[in-house]
Design a protein around this ligand. Structure first.
Ligand code: AGP
Length: 602
């Protein structure tokens, strides 16, 4: 999740930028950079990895006197996390930072390249600065050149541009990605969220989509498609912790709501018109591979289980899933036609890392699906696919699970393409459904309010069973894990068809059953299983697009056409249910007792 800061004024700029970027660290990044113009001279520093690396590089530099400055933390999307791809991006005499995605960048880039412009990076962002300079070289008018540049951009952006051609101005534009302007006397600040400017600015204006302009001499000129615009500043909040949570009560809650957005990042550049593309995978990764083994722990294990259904059903490749801590000691028989996949949010889980090392020693090809670049698991693997969920702060994993599952779905289609085990019709159907996922992850006020009200009936009893079949069995496991992690209530995930082989003995009105009843997958089968429980007086909370008259409580979902859309929609319901129960019980949702975010011990 990229971050932006900017400052124009007399104060020392390096520290303002670095402190601001530090406040955005929690969003996740893999490189950072700053650019400052003072006395018409440009200074620029970039570094890969932690912000401390950038601090070390800028150690002997301090700005003095009036100047303009911009800074950025980058979470790689187009192009690898290298220094060249880090922002600010430069032209001949200007610098730009940008969050979002310029959808028509390839077209603009090709046009500029034909005119002789040399690109240094693989990013979409660099197009902005070259387009600006092309316009400026023709007009010698910086504001006109910037507005013309913005007119050409399609997609989402929040961007800041500084140029030696007009060294006392910062140009800005916002469309689809957040950006705000902070004010304190003649000092003007920019940032992609309020935390970097809390304590520095006293007032703020949150830019709206389609707004752009410039700041100079302590004044901000704002425009949109209708021309110049007036705006009203508001008082800036002072509580940083609250601001980091963007107004949500807990990080976990914020992360649940973020899922719709981060899913776009996960799919960006990978879900193409008629195929899946992973630029990070070598063409020969699947050569001589006729089997897949996935190893993971906890929530990541649940995404692995979901992936195994998809890989076998759609890609027609045998796939076994193992809990990493079990795998290590079972003396597994490993064949070199097996692709060994590890899944980990943190990339540091000791059990998963050790399992990977075992597979490497046995000479297997390895692929990791991970949220943290350069983590131990990523470094130890032959190849890696990053989930791009952004930093996950809540100990109970939500958006990491969603993005892992999405990567596995994409990987399934990728394997099927390479192995030619999918028809063009089915591939198209899957890709169409995939593009709808962000919508299926939207949390509506109506849903959240309903779950909040209903949660008060589930604070006692002698336990929960989350039940589902097929893909919805791993989701049942994950729903139960979420609930027990943050509510400390006993919850189990179970295949619904298995209840009659024992657990149904527990059924009474104090046994709460959360039934995942998708319409697009074995509806009638699971319905009978739930009826059996209802007949024994179990309390049923049914989640389904189909009304179910035996339910004591019912959450009606929308997507009944594709199992994965139903999966993601029901996943959100189970996450919010757990959240609301935990809040009612007065627990610390983000830091549940006895748990750590990253389990680096055996
Ligand atoms: C998820 O809510 C848990 N906190 C936990 O199960 C976690 O998924 C597990 O420890 C694995 O972590 P990893 O994905 O970082 O490897």
């Amino acid at each position: 999740m990229c971050g932006i800061v900017g400052y124009i004024g007399q104060k020392e700029k390096k520290e303002i930028l670095l402190d601001g970027l530090q406040e955005l660290e929690y969003r996740g990044y893999d490189s950072a950079g700053i650019a400052v113009i003072e006395n018409k001279h440009l200074k620029n520093f970039k570094a890969v990895g932690r912000l401390q690396n950038l601090r070390d590089k800028t150690d002997s530099y301090t700005s003095s006197g009036f100047g303009v400055s911009i800074g950025h933390t980058r979470w790689a999307t187009h192009g690898k996390p290298t220094e060249l791809n880090a922002h600010p991006h430069r032209g001949e005499y200007s610098f730009v930072v940008h969050n979002g995605i310029i959808e028509n960048y390839q077209e603009l880039k090709t046009e500029l390249q034909k005119e002789g412009v040399k690109f240094l990076s693989q990013t979409d962002t660099e197009t902005i600065v070259h387009l600006f300079e092309k316009n400026y070289n023709a007009t010698s008018n910086a504001w006109e050149s910037f507005s013309k540049t913005i007119e050409k951009l399609e997609g989402a952006y929040a961007t800041l541009l500084i140029t030696e051609a007009e060294a006392e101005t910062i140009f800005f534009a916002k469309n689809g990605s957040p950006m705000l302007i902070g004010f304190n006397g003649d000092d003007v600040y920019f940032a992609s969220s309020d935390t970097p400017i809390i304590g520095k600015a006293t007032e703020v204006y949150y830019l709206e989509d389609g707004e752009y302009g410039y700041t100079k001499d302590g004044k901000v000129m704002l425009f949109n498609a209708d021309g110049e615009k007036s705006f009203t500043k508001q008082t800036l909040a002072t509580d940083k912790a609250m601001a980091q949570k963007d107004g949500y009560r807990f990080f976990m809650e914020k992360e649940i709501y973020e899922q719709t957005q981060v899913m776009n990042d996960t799919m960006m550049g990978r879900v193409l018109e008629s195929k899946i593309d992973f630029e990070e995978l070598d063409a020969n990764l699947l050569e001589n591979i006729s089997n897949i083994k996935i190893c993971a722990c906890g929530t990541s294990y649940h995404s692995a289980l979901t992936g195994s259904y998809l890989l076998e059903r759609i890609a027609k490749i045998p796939c076994q899933v193992e809990i990493a801590s079990e795998f290590r000691y079972k003396e597994p028989l490993l064949r070199d036609d097996t692709l060994f996949i590890t899944i980990s949010q943190s990339g540091e889980t000791a059990d998963t890392l050790e399992a990977l090392k075992m597979a490497n020693r046995a000479g297997l090809k390895s692929l990791s699906i991970c949220n943290v670049d350069n983590s131990s698991i990523v470094r130890e693997s032959d190849a890696a696919i990053l989930t791009r969920a952004g930093i996950e702060k809540g100990v109970a994993s939500t958006k990491a699970f969603a993005t892992q599952t999405m990567v596995l779905w994409m990987l399934t289609l990728y394997v099927a393409q390479v192995k030619k085990t999918i028809t063009p019709e089915l591939l198209k159907e899957e890709l169409d459904a995939m593009r709808h996922t962000p919508k299926a992850l939207l949390v509506t006020d109506k849903l959240h309010t309903k779950l909040n009200r209903l949660s008060k009936r589930y604070l006692h009893g002698h336990g929960f069973f989350f039940i589902g079949r097929d893909l919805f069995f791993p989701l049942a496991l994950e729903g139960a894990l979420k609930l027990k992690e943050i509510s400390y209530l006993h919850a189990e995930g179970y295949p619904s068809g298995e209840m009659k082989h024992g657990p149904i003995a527990l059924a009474d009105s104090e046994l709460f059953t959360v039934a995942l009843m998708p319409k697009s997958l074995h509806y009638e089968k699971i319905k009978s299983n739930v009826e059996e429980l209802s007949a024994r007086d179990a309390t049923i909370l049914a989640i389904s697009p189909e009304p179910f008259e035996l339910a004591d409580d019912f959450i009606q979902t929308i997507y009944g056409t594709h199992p994965m859309l139903e999966f993601f929609e029901m996943m959100v319901v189970t996450q919010i249910l757990a959240l609301e129960i935990s809040i009612r019980l007065g627990n610390d949702v983000d830091m549940p007792r006895n748990l750590a975010k990253s389990v680096t011990v055996e």
